[in-house]
Design a protein around this ligand. Structure first.
Ligand code: AMP
Ligand code: ZN
Ligand code: ZN
Length: 434
């Protein structure tokens, strides 16, 4: 499906056949029990609601996919609005830390989701697949934008977003669904449309929509693989279809389309064997590739100076950088949180860690993709595209992902909570409020 770029014509659908097949698919959408549905009681006068803001997260969409793969609908949205040369993620360039940074404006060190795999001295273990931890509000710090919106009388809805399943400081999105990676794209669109068709006072003004397939394909086959391209085109077609449906119901929106990180190409010969540098009888790994987070075993009495000795041992590898937590480079803005492990090792671009004990001395690593590296390296660059009534046409240079929360608040017309970003870098693409 391709949309015309001419603003006065709106986005005209050129390929109706794809829409027809997508609609047929929609009709099969299963009615789901929705656990997260509290009819919002809002106090605003009708007419005092901002244009809804739809935050779309395309996991693992590297900044250059836009020009390399040329997804037509994303390019049309960018041509009608704005794009950044890249969105620079926060450290570590992993999914959960960065999605939560995008909606809080806080670096992971300050919002507490310091990685996808975490150990907290009091709460125990956190990982993406651990439903209890993911939905436990005590892990999630800061104020997510859905709370900022709701505190200002604006209903909100999350079609998947890390943090949206937890009650954070007593609040959740008014509407949300438990994460289901298998929920078809067409059903996701139906849900967004259903929410936007609600009566004015209940209609969400902040919504999220999330897709994982670009990340999965890029991991498995590599960032520039034709499978990554197919995944990009599938998500792009869904966005095109969503736009057509929004136009059909005369519902204007602000699109803010982002990704959490980019993707580096890995290779069979770019593997660092952890066991060669770390004595796993004495230390254990809280997180692995491509950032090793290392702590002493509980039954091991670590002797004074162990961090320095471990760092020295790790630095024998030319393919990584190792630091005590308190010595991490300043630009990573990481290391003050209790949940950050005492010693970290960052693999170089495209390298990964493996265990001899697990994989043998000759691990079979396909060509594929990985992320988690220093966010400032080229391959970690992420996507930023926006359009809507308040977005001026323009192309920004690199922008930081901590700034996205400020943009979302500005588009919603609400005061942001304290955060690590600002609106400064985005000012050139903002039309002043009437
Ligand atoms: P990563 O390991 O950083 O590449 O994480 C990507 C994975 O995160 C994807 O395969 C998604 O299925 C998963 N994911 C994304 N959002 C959520 C969520 N809200 N809850 C659980 N898993 C998620
Ligand atoms: Zn991700
Ligand atoms: Zn990933």
């Amino acid at each position: 499906m391709v949309l015309s770029k001419h603003p006065s014509a709106g986005w005209t659908l050129l390929a109706l056949s794809i829409l027809a097949s997508a609609c047929a698919h929609q009709r099969q959408a299963v009615e789901r029990v929705e656990p997260g549905s509290t009819a919002p009681q809002r106090t605003r006068a009708l007419g005092d609601y901002p244009t809804p803001v739809l935050l779309v997260g395309i996991d693992g969409f590297r900044y250059d996919y836009l020009d390399v793969f040329e997804p037509p609908n994303l390019l049309a949205i960018a041509a009608n609005g704005a794009r950044a040369e890249r969105l620079v993620p926060s450290f570590p360039s992993k999914t959960f830390p960065n999605h939560y940074t995008l909606v809080t404006g806080l670096v992971p060190d300050n919002h507490g989701i310091v990685s996808n795999n975490i150990v907290d001295p009091k709460l125990g273990k956190f990982s993406l697949g651990n439903r209890d931890a993911v939905s436990d509000g005590r892990w999630w710090g800061g104020e997510p934008v859905w709370t900022t919106a709701q505190n200002n009388g604006l209903p909100s809805a999350a079609l998947f977003w890390p943090g949206s399943e937890a009650e954070i400081n007593g609040d959740r999105p008014d509407f949300w669904l438990p994460y289901d990676d298998d929920l078809p794209g067409a059903d996701r669109l139906d849900k967004i449309i259903e929410w936007l068709a609600l009566p004015e006072a209940e209609r969400p003004r902040f919504l999220t929509l999330y897709f994982s397939r670009v990340d999965s394909a890029s991991h498995r086959y590599g960032p520039l693989s034709h499978q990554a391209r197919t995944a990009v085109m599938e998500v792009d077609a869904l966005l095109g279809e969503l736009n057509v449906r929004l136009e059909a119901m005369s519902q204007p929106i602000h699109w803010v389309i982002v990704s959490d990180h980019g993707m580096a190409e890995t290779a069979p010969d770019r593997v660092i064997m952890v066991d060669d540098y770390v004595d796993l009888d004495q230390y254990h790994l809280i997180d692995t590739s491509p950032v090793l987070a290392i702590a002493p075993n509980t039954d091991h009495e670590a002797s004074p100076g162990w961090e320095d000795r471990l760092v020295s041992s790790l630095r024998r590898s030319p393919h990584l950088e190792a630091y005590r937590k308190k010595d991490l480079p300043k630009h990573l803005r990481h290391g003050s949180n209790d949940r950050v492990a005492p010693v970290l090792a960052l693999a170089n671009d495209g390298w990964r860690f493996a265990l001899r004990a697990r994989e043998g001395s000759r691990p079979q690593v396909r060509l594929g993709g990985q992320h988690g590296y220093d966010p400032t390296i080229d391959s970690m660059g992420a996507l930023f595209v926006a359009s809507g009534p308040r977005i001026l046409p323009g192309e920004l240079g690199p922008i930081q992902n901590v700034d996205v929360y400020s943009l979302l608040c500005e588009l919603l017309g609400v005061e942001p909570a304290t955060n690590d970003g600002s609106l400064d870098a985005l000012a050139p693409i903002l039309r002043s409020r009437d």
